[in-house]
Design a protein around this ligand. Sequence first.
Ligand code: ADP
Ligand code: MG
Length: 241
Amino acid sequence: MTDKGFVVLDNVAKRWKGQLGVENITLDIEEGSFVALLGPSGCGKSTTLRLIAGLEAADEGHIIIDGKDVTHAPSADRNLSMVFQSYALFPHLSVAENVVFGMKVRRVSKAERAERLARALKITGLEGLEARKPGELSGGQRQRVALARAIVAGKRLCLMDEPLSNLDAKLRASVRKDIKRLQRDLGITVIYVTHDQTEAMSMADKVVLMKSGHIQQVGSPADLYDRPANTFVAEFIGAPP
Ligand code: ADP
Ligand code: MG
């Protein structure tokens, strides 16, 4: 670990034909931490995550990952994995084939693939389901497959965009715990987008609260609750003003 952040955004902005996506985004994310990007719909959470992922190009500012300036680097060179709310599994492939797909593309050896697959199935509780097709799984199980796939990718940085929003409340609570446990056990850095303040406050080491394309406050859940920077933060978190 260095004193410089593992993921650093320096004054990043993104606009589309004059329409604001995000502006003045400055963040310093420590390796091994769980950071939630929180805020109402349209505030710029996904845009920020997509900028980090390299799925959007920044109009201003710099993005550093693991000490390297990746501002102009393609997504494939950023050495990260992603989980989205639409699980994007291949319907014609089995659970096992879905999980190892990316590794096959990257020519990871067969023995190594088998080992990582077994590990991912164990930690996501998918053992025994490896031969099933996505259509034969529940929503929660499908989401676990997407998580397993991101985990076996073996990246130190994982980006998640509302990964639980298609699940019912009970499943959300259990998968939430899985994600948290995996993040801790593997020591990976997770940047997690959600509009659900309970989710952010219960999972994150650090919360980045956004509104209308701007960061309102960055702090621990306790910081935001006890010392909200403004009335928007206080109201969004539900703390007494
Ligand atoms: P969130 O994920 O917090 O709901 P987004 O990052 O998706 O918000 O969107 C932030 C703002 O950027 C919104 O005003 C949205 O309409 C706009 N936006 C996002 N993607 C595009 C795009 N591809 N083209 C134009 N505007 C976009
Ligand atoms: Mg979004």
